[in-house]
Design a protein around this ligand. Structure first.
Ligand code: NAD
Length: 485
């Protein structure tokens, strides 16, 4: 221990009241599935948290039937002002149970409690509050005078922001009058199951929300179900592409939120200390498991050495370890498979000739860990500059002119996010105009708000989540041309 080291400050897990096993949440009740069960484990300790049911095709069918019955019987007939009451109630219960949800999420996902407590869970509540406000105002969403719900929405989410991605999916769908069947990721089902309890607590009519746990096959069964009106998918580009191909030519509506390789562009006139913090939160927030991460740093050549030196100094102060410790900045990688993928891609950086630097930190013996890492000397042809690493690894490239910065930033099959750091507002706007990315931050990074639409271009997917744009994916437009005006 060195002088002025932080004392451990772990958040207690005593607030959790978990069951030994969880069934599927169908028709307002937890029921046994037909596919056995699987363990959800803590990635920081590799210990089992609880057992979760594996939904089969027949179970998915039961969930879709429950959702259809709830849609036809109650939810689609209820006035928007009544639906809003349920959403407000859910939002308030999330706030009341926020500490419990934060602990559960950190345990199951591996992300630091500081992030689940201060970012994930407050945003989850904000999403429900925001869309609760829309439920009785759909005719003002720009979709014509009387937009109608689509029906049953099948929703599939990844493991990086488990409860937040659930909120992004369920809140607008319910506000718009749809019922849902949601499949959480196989490594992070816990908070979705606690959310099922919250639906019961809120007296949500049975079948309005159904949660089917399982892996890819469960998701595929939901996508293939003939009575689902809409598939909303967040996950990898490879799986999203398969879903789009499978549903092409069918009446099922699809929105896809996929991967990214965001460019964070730092000009030499930027406030450097502020930019360093933005670069760090851009790629090391949530262990870099962020679709819109600023994973490619484009730094103006004349300040490259200074920026790299400051980044190394800053990264050396980050604390990696127990996700439940309130001092932790970098938690565990979510799974062994993801750690292997990060390791393989980082090794390709070495073999292709980039220079690796990792923050000096001790990795715990158990669990899945990767130190915050920088690569300098990266070429645009390197795999670490082109492929999504989805881990705490930053690839640093340089540019000389604004045009070169734009060309390099757009030189990617993805188009989800980008960042611009400069003191000049005119440059900010001119560059933003040329970047092909759905979200562009200026002098900040990784900021989210329910009123702000989010989504991609190119291989980052299509459709928008958040804001009134997020309602469009769940409504049949009644305006002659459709779409938002
Ligand atoms: P993944 O595609 O492997 O899995 C995502 C979900 O799809 C999981 O629930 C999984 O069980 C399910 N799934 C897997 N195969 C399926 C199939 N054939 N049919 C239907 N469902 C199937 O992705 P992941 O590794 O869990 O998540 C990481 C990816 O998600 C990254 O690429 C990341 O960029 C992306 N992501 C995007 C956004 C966004 O908003 N654009 C947000 C978060 C994550």
């Amino acid at each position: 221990m060195t002088f002025l080291d932080y004392a451990p400050a772990p958040e207690s897990t005593s607030i959790l009241n978990l069951k030994k096993s969880y069934g599927l949440f169908i028709g307002g009740e937890f029921i046994d599935g037909h596919g056995g069960s699987f363990a959800t484990v803590s990635p920081s300790t590799e210990t089992t948290i609880t057992q979760v049911a594996m939904a089969t095709e027949a179970d998915v069918d039961a969930a879709v039937r429950a959702a259809r019955k709830a849609f036809s019987g109650t939810w689609s007939k209820m006035p928007g002002s009544e639906r809003a009451k349920y959403l407000f109630r859910i939002a308030r219960i999330i706030q009341e149970r926020s500490r419990e949800l934060a602990v559960a999420e950190s345990l199951d996902n591996g992300k630091p409690i500081r992030e689940t407590r201060d970012v994930d869970i407050p945003l989850v509540a904000a999403w429900f509050f925001y869309y609760a406000g829309w439920a009785d105002k759909l005719e003002y969403a720009g979709l014509g005078p009387a937009p109608r719900a689509l029906g049953v929405a099948g929703q599939i989410i990844p493991w990086n922001f488990p409860l937040l991605m659930l909120a992004w999916k369920i809140a607008p769908a319910l506000a718009a009058g749809n019922t849902v069947v949601l499949k959480p990721a196989e490594t992070t089902p816990l908070t979705a199951l606690l959310f099922a309890e919250i639906c019961q607590q809120a007296d949500l009519p049975p079948g309005v929300v159904n949660i089917v746990t399982g892996a890819g096959a469960t998701g595929a069964a939901l996508v293939a179900h003939p009575d689902v009106n809409k598939i909303a998918f967040t996950g990898s580009t490879a799986v999203g592409r398969g879903i789009a191909q499978g549903l092409a030519g069918t009446p099922t509506r699809v929105t896809l939120e996929l991967g990214g390789k965001g460019a964070n562009i730092v000009f030499d006139d930027a406030a450097i200390d502020q930019a360093i913090e933005g670069i760090v939160s851009g790629i090391f927030f949530n262990q870099g498991h962020v679709c819109c991460a600023g994973s490619r740093l484009l730094v103006q050549e004349n300040i490259h050495d200074d920026v790299v030196a400051r980044l190394q100094k800053r990264l050396s102060t980050l604390r990696l370890g127990d996700p439940l410790d309130k001092n932790t900045d970098i938690g565990a990688v979510n799974s062994k498979a993801q750690l292997q993928r990060i390791t393989e891609l980082a090794n390709s950086g070495d073999s292709e000739g980039a220079d690796r630097w990792s923050a000096p930190c001790e990795l715990p013996a158990k669990g899945f860990w990767f130190p915050p890492t920088l690569f300098t000397g990266v070429q645009t042809s390197h795999r670490i500059a082109r492929e999504e690493i989805f881990g705490p690894v930053l690839s640093i490239l340089t540019f000389r002119t604004p045009d070169e910065a734009v060309a390099k930033a757009n030189n990617t099959p993805y188009g989800l996010s980008a960042g611009i750091w400069t003191e000049k507002a005119s440059r900010m706007l001119a560059i933003a105009d040329k970047l092909r990315a759905g979200v562009i931050w200026a002098n900040t990074f990784n900021k989210f708000d329910p009123a702000s639409p989010f989504g991609g271009y190119k291989e980052s997917g299509y459709g928008r989540e958040g804001g009134k744009h997020g309602l469009a994916g769940y409504l049949e437009s009644s305006s002659p041309k459709g779409g938002l005006k």
